[in-house]
Design a protein around this ligand. Structure first.
Ligand code: SF4
Ligand code: SF4
Length: 363
C-alpha cells in the first residue's frame, strides 16, 4: 500500500510510513467502535466463555497480585500503520497524553509499588512529553521500558535518541514481526524491514543489544497470521542467528506474543474468514498455568486521557476499571488491589499455548 500523506501538524509528510493499512477510525470502519468489537467476539459460537475457563482452572474471579508495572500509553499517534495493530494507531490518530496527565502518572507512581514504567503508544517517542516522562521516572529509580517500533528512530529529529535512551538506562522493546523481509513487510508495509534493520544497526552502535543491562535491546515478535507462535526460547535462537548472519545485528532477548483478536488484527481475521477458527483455537489452547502470570494481575494500564484499565487490550476495547479509582489522578492502590479484573473472550489470547503478555510467554 502506498504511504499516504499526513496533513497533520504532529507529523510532517516525510515522517509518515511505512504503512500497510489505514486506521479503522480513519476509514470509518464499524470495527472502529470498541463496543462493536466486543459484540462481534461475544456473537461467536464458542464452546466456553473466559470466566467459565477461569472457574474450571480455580482462578475465578481474576484478582490482581502486587503491582509491578505501570504501563503508560502516550497516545495513538504513530508514523506507521501496521496491518495487525490492536491499538488502531496511525499517522491520523491525534490522541496524545498531555502534560497534566503525565504529571498525574508521576504522582500516581509515587503512591504505588510499581518498579517499572512501561511506555507505549502508538509511537510513544512522538509525544512531546516523552523525554520528560522518562527523565522523571529515572529520577524516581524506576526501570523504564520504551516500546519502540524501530522505524521512528530514523526520523531526523530523533537522531540522538538511541544514545539518549542508553544514557538513561532505558530498555527498548522493539517490535519486529519476522526476521525476514516478506513477513515483516506484509504486516508493516513495504520497506519496514529494511528500515527496522537500519534502526537496529544504530541501536547496536549506541551499545544496545550487547549484553549491557543498562542498554538492553529486546525484540518482540508476533505470528504473521492466524496461528500461535512457536516456543519463545527456540525462536530467540533462530532470530539471533538469522539477524547476525544476514545483517550483523545482535540483540539481548526475544519475546513471543500471541496476536490478540482486537483492533486491526480482529478486522484482518474477519476479512480473511479466520475469526471463528482462530478464536476456537485460542479456546482449545487454554492453558490454566498461564493464568497466574497474566499481565493484568501485576500491571496497570493508563490511557492517554488518564483512564485506568487492567491491561492494554481492555483499554482498546474500552473496558475500564471504573469506580472512584478509575482515573490516574485518583489512583488508590488499596482500592485497586481488591478489584476483580474485567475479562472477556479476547482474554483467551493471553492464556493460549505458552501464554502471552507484554513480557512475552507467561508459562
Ligand atoms: S503495531 Fe505499533 S508500529 Fe504498528 S501501527 Fe500499531 S503502534 Fe504503530
Ligand atoms: S486481555 Fe487483559 S484482562 Fe484479559 S487476560 Fe489478557 S491481560 Fe488479562
Amino acid at each position: 500500500m502506498a504511504p499516504f500523506t499526513s496533513s497533520l501538524a504532529l507529523l510532517s509528510a516525510g515522517e509518515v510510513g511505512p504503512n500497510a493499512a489505514r486506521s479503522l477510525k480513519g476509514r470509518g470502519s464499524p470495527l472502529a467502535s470498541p463496543a462493536a468489537q466486543v459484540e462481534l467476539l461475544e456473537s461467536l459460537p464458542l464452546e466456553a466463555d473466559f470466566e467459565a475457563a477461569l472457574r474450571q482452572a480455580k482462578q475465578a474471579p481474576l484478582r490482581p497480585s502486587r503491582l509491578e508495572v505501570l504501563q503508560i500509553n502516550l497516545g495513538r499517534l504513530c508514523n506507521m500503520a501496521c496491518r495487525h495493530c490492536h491499538v488502531d494507531a496511525g499517522p491520523d490518530r491525534l490522541e496524545q497524553m498531555d502534560r497534566a496527565t503525565v504529571d498525574f502518572c508521576l504522582f500516581a507512581l509515587d503512591r504505588t509499588t510499581a518498579h517499572t514504567v512501561d511506555i507505549t503508544g502508538g509511537a510513544p517517542e512522538l509525544n512531546p512529553h516523552f523525554r520528560t516522562l522518562v527523565e522523571q521516572c529515572v529520577v524516581r529509580g524506576k526501570h523504564v521500558i520504551d516500546r519502540c517500533n524501530l522505524t521512528v528512530l530514523l526520523l531526523p529529529r530523533f537522531a540522538d535518541l538511541p544514545q539518549w535512551l542508553g544514557e538513561h538506562g532505558v530498555e527498548l522493546i522493539c517490535s519486529l514481526p519476522h526476521p525476514r523481509r516478506p513477513g515483516t513487510d506484509a504486516q508493516r508495509g513495504d520497506g519496514a524491514f529494511e528500515k527496522s534493520v537500519e534502526a537496529l544497526r544504530r541501536l547496536n552502535q549506541a551499545g544496545y543489544g550487547k549484553g549491557n543491562g543498562r542498554r538492553r535491546l529486546t525484540l518482540m515478535m508476533n505470528p504473521v497470521g492466524a496461528f500461535l507462535p512457536g516456543g519463545q526460547a527456540s525462536l530467540e535462537r533462530e532470530w539471533k542467528a538469522a539477524l547476525l548472519r544476514r545483517h550483523g545485528i545482535t540483540f539481548d532477548r526475544l519475546l513471543a506474543l500471541n496476536n490478540m483478536p482486537v483492533g486491526r488484527f480482529l478486522e484482518w481475521l474477519v476479512e480473511t474468514q479466520n475469526l471463528e477458527e482462530y478464536l476456537a483455537h485460542l479456546v482449545s489452547a487454554f492453558n490454566g498455568s498461564a493464568v497466574p502470570g497474566l499481565m493484568c494481575r501485576s500491571s496497570l494500564s493508563v490511557a492517554h486521557d488518564g483512564t485506568l484499565y487492567d491491561c492494554d487490550f481492555n483499554q482498546m476495547l474500552e473496558l475500564p476499571i471504573g469506580g472512584p479509582s478509575g482515573h490516574v489522578r485518583a489512583l488508590d492502590p488499596k482500592e485497586l488491589a481488591s478489584r476483580a479484573v474485567r475479562v472477556g473472550r479476547h482474554c483467551f489470547g493471553c492464556t493460549a499455548g505458552a501464554g502471552s503478555s507484554c513480557g512475552g510467554s507467561t508459562v
